[in-house]
Design a protein around this ligand. Structure first.
Ligand code: PLP
Length: 363
């Protein structure tokens, strides 16, 4: 009995589940998590709020997630300087679930989405899961995504959904506002801007472009800069009508009372949670400088990771690093690998390992 014996949907036949290897290795720099766990004040708030929520677990949670949406709106307003109301915010179990809800509402059978490669593989997989056709737009020189490139891809494919990712995973490159505006003007579909790494970047958030753009959807997460990957909380910021549309496809009570409590507690401490951002950027820049010195091609990153190329055989290098107890990410771009910024010790370990391997193979 295997998958082939089941009456599975045709477009899932022969596919494998997505996920980076979760290996028990000393230095894990492969999934862009924050290496720092929430501090004592934050865990105390989380414990207090979740234990209060526990007392009411016989009841379903707030289906409309009003308190958390209000707190998220305030956070986004603080970070971006743009006025954002709770009615413009929609949270779910990680930004992946937000993306899935967007595709359920705006994609689906007979509809098309485009994305600019290389980018976050979940965009394609969420299309697959929702029966949306995903059209990968192949990269131009240096993986740059330009306003002109975006315009011509939209004209060629006439998509219902456009994925943009800034800073982009895996390249770390941020898109200028002119690229986002060009995409919006060129399409009648929805434009999703995945800002999972926004807090690490120096560019203005796409949230500042929301006024007057009712088909623009900015997707963000507490999983990266805000240290809460394990809590599974992401959110969309968009026009109120988009949020109404997402409520047509969300499951009732999709966000548990425990998750809502964790999110509320964390949002009382965003300054502390963001304390590590500058330190992580320093480690990212140390990695970039070290890789550059070793002769690799390093891409400028506005996120908490570094994408580098000029590798003769990236799977061999990935394996040798793993043999030295350093796990990084092979994102499937030939000649390239991605490494997540870690603690200073993790950065040392990565740089020492890759330097030894590089010198040995070029000696
Ligand atoms: C990590 C990441 C996410 C986060 O997903 P969550 O479901 O919120 O943990 C979203 N988009 C991109 C591009 C990412 O790299």
């Amino acid at each position: 009995m295997g998958l082939d014996d089941l009456p599975l949907r045709d477009n899932l036949r022969g596919e494998s589940p997505y996920g980076a290897p979760q290996l028990d290795v000393a230095i894990r720099l492969n999934t862009n998590e924050n290496p720092y766990a929430p501090g004592g004040d934050i865990t105390a708030s989380i414990n207090a709020r979740t234990s209060a929520a526990t007392a009411g677990l016989n009841r379903y949670p707030d289906r409309d997630v009003v308190e958390l949406r209000t707190a998220l709106a305030r956070y986004v307003e603080d970070r971006t300087g743009e006025r954002v109301g709770a009615a413009q915010v929609w949270p779910a179990n990680g930004s992946n679930e937000v993306l899935q809800q967007i595709l359920q509402a705006f994609g689906g059978s007979g509809r098309k989405a485009i994305g600019f490669e290389p980018s976050y593989p979940m965009h394609r997989l969420i299309c697959r899961g929702t029966g949306t056709e995903y059209i990968p737009v192949e990269p131009g020189a240096g993986f740059a995504v330009t306003a002109e490139g975006v315009r011509s891809a939209i004209a060629r494919h006439n998509p219902d959904v456009v994925f943009l990712c800034t800073p982009n995973n895996p390249t770390g490159t941020a898109l200028g506002p002119e690229v986002l505006q060009a995409a919006y003007t060129a399409t009648c579909g929805v434009v999703i801007v995945d800002e999972a790494y926004a807090e690490f970047g120096d560019s203005a958030s796409a949230v500042t472009l929301l006024p007057g753009r009712e088909r623009l959807i900015v997707v963000r997460t507490l999983s990266k800069a805000l240290e809460l990957a394990g809590a599974r909380i992401g959110y969309a910021v968009a026009n109120e009508a988009v949020v109404d549309a997402l409520q047509l496809v969300r499951l009732p009570y999709h966000l548990s009372s425990i998750t809502q409590a964790v999110g509320l507690a964390a949002l009382e401490h965003t300054d502390e949670l963001l304390n590590w951002v500058d330190e992580l950027k320093r480690q990212r820049d140390r990695m970039a400088a070290g890789l550059d010195q070793l002769g690799y091609v390093v891409y400028a990153s506005e996120a908490n990771f570094v994408f580098f190329g000029g590798i003769a055989d990236q799977s061999a290098l990935w394996q040798k690093l793993l043999d030295s107890s350093v796990l990084i990410r092979d994102v499937g771009v030939p000649g390239h690998l991605r490494v997540t910024a870690g603690t200073p010790n993790e950065t040392d370990a990565f740089l020492e390992a890759i330097s030894a391997i590089t010198k040995e193979t070029t000696a």
